[in-house]
Design a protein around this ligand. Structure first.
Ligand code: ZN
Length: 125
């Protein structure tokens, strides 16, 4: 029998529409693999406990449309571009193809929307 959360419509906090919500990972599922050391599990910390665990924090939160939007519109594109243990950092390589838009001391700012290789959805404000 399905959990009540799986069948009762509630307000999706992203689109603000009342819909059935699906189980959403607080941290993208693929990030757990990214944070997992060889032979171990990610470290999970609360105010009372710090443990190594394979448990992935998730709850019924977003409607399927918003969940899909976050997955296909961001996570699936960005996660493979994160820094890797051996030292490569594909997303930085994309950023650095254009000069920084601003630099102060050792901090450089890149406007992702100016780089045609970065998938920034452009919407009017
Ligand atoms: Zn939604």
């Amino acid at each position: 029998m399905p959990d009540e959360k799986e069948t009762t419509p509630q307000r999706c906090p992203l689109c603000l529409e009342t819909k059935v919500v699906v189980s959403s990972h607080l941290i993208p599922k693929r990030m757990y693999d990214y944070c997992r050391p060889p032979g171990g599990n990610p470290i999970s910390a609360t105010t009372e406990l710090v443990i190594e665990t394979s448990r992935q924090v998730q709850d019924h939160l977003l409607c399927v449309d918003c969940e899909d939007l976050l997955n296909s519109g961001g996570e699936m594109w960005l996660l493979p571009l994160l820094a890797r243990y051996e030292g490569s950092f594909p997303f930085y390589d994309l950023l650095a193809k254009l000069p920084a838009d601003s630099t102060v001391d050792d901090v450089s700012v890149y406007l992702g929307g100016r780089n045609p290789e970065i998938h920034v959805e452009r919407r009017p404000l």
